[in-house]
Design a protein around this ligand. Structure first.
Ligand code: NDP
Length: 306
């Protein structure tokens, strides 16, 4: 005899939606308070320089979002919108100037840069104390050592949501799909520091589905729309979907989707971040967090607890 469940019971079994937007708003409110205290103590606002080279439309949107969020948070932003023809020498000269500027506590260079500019050289030129993206080799090394204060924003946001949702992560099995320098690798490092048992998967990994199904925590940073289905999910697992993929539907309209098939995965997972409205807002909020942390360190103030 099959037991019919009420709609309410069926609903109760679906994954909790981790609301990144609301979580980011809470973080923003805490940063507003700390940024005000900073201004009162130091006599100037925390300052964030945002450098964009070229006219890539997606990058323009990201930069505008970051500057608006900075303003909303009490952080002064200094935009540098440079033409695509900017030479590497000119860009390095600007970074040198920003490194010396006492009103600038954080420097963000929007990636990708035009092909004629060496990204590695540009990131290496940023003062590590102002590297709010956490991409400078010194900050990457410190993350590996477990001593970094400036950690890449996207994995930091993921970690904050995981800790908020799960509390102590110690001993949990975490699987990270994706090994990029900006998401997958730093995410794996952060989870290791939380005493998770971490597996990192990538395009050459074997038995991806089986590996994913072992995970209490599954972080997806792949860039493949709806790639991960319910067959890859351990019942009750927490799924953090970093992927942002634009798809064109059959009716010609477009939509943003994650790396997980959210609808189907929600029937098995215990919790999942939506796309959009999950990891994305936290990434921007963590940029503000990093700017404030950098500003406090540069001005000799105790780091804010956020
Ligand atoms: P990258 O393209 O740099 O890295 C993708 C990773 O996924 C690589 O390690 C790649 O493996 C792996 N991969 C690709 N295909 C497969 C596959 N079939 N099976 C297993 N692994 C695979 O991307 P990013 O890390 O920069 O970004 C990942 C996604 O996250 C993108 O959708 C991006 O838009 C999004 N993103 C979202 C952010 C946010 O704020 N929400 C911020 C940053 C990124 P290999 O190394 O072998 O090539």
């Amino acid at each position: 005899m099959s037991v019919m469940q009420s709609p309410a019971a069926q609903q109760a079994e679906r994954a909790v939606v981790i609301d990144g937007k609301a979580f980011a708003e809470g973080l923003r409110e805490r940063i507003v308070v700390k940024a005000r205290e900073f201004r009162e103590l130091v006599g100037k606002a925390p300052g964030l320089a945002v450098v964009l080279v070229g006219d890539d439309p997606a990058s323009q949107v990201y930069v505008r979002t970051k500057m608006n969020k900075a303003m909303d948070t009490g952080i002064e932003s200094f935009p540098f919108l440079l033409p695509a023809s900017t030479s590497q020498t000119e860009l390095l000269a600007l970074i040198e100037r920003l490194n010396e500027d006492r009103h600038v506590h954080g420097i963000l260079v929007q990636l990708p840069l035009p092909a004629h500019i060496d990204e590695v050289a540009v990131i290496a030129a940023i003062d590590p104390a102002k590297d709010v993206d956490g991409f400078h080799p010194i900050n990457v090394g410190q993350l590996g050592l477990g001593t970094a204060s400036l950690v890449p924003c996207t994995p930091l946001g993921c970690l904050m949501m995981l800790k908020h949702h799960l509390g102590d992560l110690s001993g949990l099995k975490a699987v990270v799909v994706g090994r990029s320098n900006i998401v997958g690798k730093p995410m794996a490092n952060l989870l290791l520091q939380q005493n998770c048992t971490v597996t990192v998967l990538h395009s050459r990994s074997r038995n991806l589905e089986d590996e994913c199904r072992q995970a209490d925590i599954l972080v997806l940073a792949i860039g493949r729309p709806n790639m991960i289905g319910p067959e890859s999910i351990k019942p009750g697992a927490v799924v953090i979907d970093v992927g942002i993929n634009r798809i064109i539907r059959e009716d010609g309209s477009s939509a943003l989707v994650g790396d997980a098939d959210t609808e189907a995965v929600s029937a098995v997972a215990g919790a999942i971040t939506p796309v959009p409205g999950g990891v994305g807002p936290m990434t921007v909020a963590c940029l503000m967090r990093n700017t404030l942390v950098a500003a406090c360190a540069i001005e000799g103030i105790a780091p804010p607890s956020l």
